[in-house]
Design a protein around this ligand. Sequence first.
Ligand SMILES: *[C@@H]1O[C@H](CO)[C@@H](O)[C@H](O)[C@H]1NC(C)=O
Ligand SMILES: *[C@@H]1O[C@H](CO)[C@@H](O)[C@H](O)[C@H]1NC(C)=O
Length: 325
Amino acid sequence: MISLTAILLSTLLYRSAHAGTTIWSGSFNAYPNVSVFDEWSWSNEVGEYQWYIHGSQPTSHYLALDPSYKNPADTTEANGLKLTIDSTATWNSDMERTELIPQTTANLGTGELYYHFSVMHSATNPPNSAYEHQITFFESHFTELKYGVSPNATYLEWMIQSQPQWGTPFTPGTWYNFAYDIDFSAGTVGLWASTGSDPLTRVMPNTAASTSTNSEDWHLGVLRLVQGSDTEDWYFSGVYIESGPVTTSVGSGSSGGVSSSSITASSTSVSSSTASVSPISTTSVAGPTQTQYGQCGGTGWTGPTMCASPFTCVPVSPPYYSQCQ
Ligand SMILES: *[C@@H]1O[C@H](CO)[C@@H](O)[C@H](O)[C@H]1NC(C)=O
Ligand SMILES: *[C@@H]1O[C@H](CO)[C@@H](O)[C@H](O)[C@H]1NC(C)=O
């Protein structure tokens, strides 16, 4: 039996995780190790990501997961992703590329949506600014980040229709947090950005763009236009897409966490006075069930905790992540 109170509480708990509503989570919590990316194929569309744009080597050559690979401000994710391109990373062309695509039945191209991600590089295997790089781009390139574009070759540059709009020096060891503010109805795109643990602020207003996506053409990753032998490591975390209003806090927004102290269910412990908020514990509130390979528990998780039959909720990466299997 699901009481009305339970439904309301469940809704409030879910909403409290974000200012907006997450319509697709690209949290790497769904991946206890990188082999799990290989479970996806065109005939077995499981998990959060399509994984087919990569070079000839095994997945572990191009992707790695580790706590040190995420923005440390993100307390809700177990790991960040290290993504590598090198001379073996050619796919379908002479370009070198390692890219993940959302796997979802959600419509990622309707209304006003915020595409969130954080990106970093370190002093080891840094990107070569002599080559143009396309980062977190749409197939039509209506918006994207680029690196290695003259005259600001060492900047991360935000583009609309391949025209630079805004840029920031891409400093090793600094996490850059972004949300593309895409109004698919109005045909505009704007940018929210911050570094480290700072909340996102609007850095560019929404401007006309040919906004469109088939929900399978946002490339989380990097394409290097000119072939080189350099090995480059890129780091990503905090990936999710929400409908507005935009969540500005970094980390507590990405895969859960609590930004509101208005919820005082007995199982929650909220510290509203600091930016780092105690995770909400998994509640026993009845609600929707989760599908196979979907998240069903773990630190900060406020979504469904019950699995659709015949799957059970398995703590695959305790205490961070439980998955329906
Ligand atoms: C990766 O994780 C999956 C799911 O938990 C597990 O079945 C598999 O054995 C793991 N593979 C490696 C190489 O650790
Ligand atoms: C390029 O760099 C200059 C400073 O050298 C800066 O004023 C300008 O805003 C930058 N443009 C972009 C699009 O990053």
